[in-house]
Design a binder for this molecule. Sequence first.
Ligand SMILES: [Zn+2]
Length: 445
Amino acid sequence: MKWHIKGGLFVLWVCWLALASAAFAASRNYVVQGDIVYTPACGEAKILPQGYLVVKEGKVQGAYDKLPKDYEGWKKQDCRGKLILPGFCDLHVHAAQYRQIGLGMDEALLEWLEKYTFPEERKFSDTAYAERVYGDFAAELAKCGTTRSAVYGTIHRQGAEILARKLTERGLGAYVGKVNMDRNAPDYLCETSAGSLAETERFVKAPVWTDLVRPILTPRFAPSVTPELLQDLGALAKRENLPVQTHLSENKAEIQWVAELFPKIREYPKVYEHFGLYGDTPTLMAHCIHMSEAQIKEMVSRGVYPVFCPESNLNLTSGIMPVRKFLQAGAKVALGSDVGAGHDLFMPHVIVRAIQVSKVRAMDYPEEKALTLPEAFYLATKGGGSFFGKVGSFEPDYDADFLVVKTPKALAERSVQERWQHFIYHGTPEDITARYVAGKQLRLP
Ligand SMILES: [Zn+2]
């Protein structure tokens, strides 16, 4: 008798488990109805008024103007009258500079680093400070609809691990880097070469990584890393198959400095290439403002991503990246806010700035046509998103990263395309009413 009761309980438990997992799977399968806009190709905006985005277990099944019969019984979210857009991808952002946004913008790069950035980054040796600032940063990123990012911490390993945890707590996707600096840095931010490598090796094995938040090697830039450490980081990238992010050719004084520091190599991109940090594994290079045609060609052939950071191009008077040249050469261009040299985490404003600075450049170089909105939007979604895999579009099998966005009632009679344009140029994070990463809704504080 006792065994019968036990057996019965077991069967009940198995049934409950089956029902619970079916309910869980069903909750991850749903249809969102709204005004869908995405860019499957650079410059091509696909618009589906009152369309249907079908999500199955975190992946996009498809975006349709009419709901296919197979999905008619699925749970439906009614977002009619709102825009459904892919989440934004910020491929260059310094989390540790979040508290210095807007400070010292009258300085040029190297002076700005000395006076503002390094003293701020020093504070992240204090883990309590890192908890506070990185917590605020991750919350703001989520609020802005930046569902994926490539983020710099500081040299402090524990701080960078806290950053990874804070991004995970918000449900965001990201690559997170612990910065390496073993020369040409203030004493308080200068590591020993061996110490920097050991801490990086510990960092990439830390128990903080998930499917969505992963480590990326982050030598700050060639001038602040010795050849020995660059060599070791290149070997580590190869051994552990780790991606790499750093800065390249932002400022003419910096390029000259690199030539002096590496007299045998001289050319800035060749320095990274020499040490196995230039496309041997997936690589992001922020800025790429002053580069020759041959260097651009080489970058494309190595599959390295140039990251266009239009706000810092202007704020630090570094120059304007010739984005059209990169696109024409077939480069995988991404967009970055570059906070704190950029002053805005909200990617729609970075998209606008990208278009504006490309227009300024086109005034002097008419052969370099300015970016259009569907082009710049692509860079901030599918372009940068491709660094994470199938991210940034609503084509089948893409991760279901999307935003629900309200637009003003006064524009209700306007076309979907016009309301989308209005949001990008004039919207705010408050207009985003829901954010999803891999099909899961983000929790805001
Ligand atoms: Zn930067």
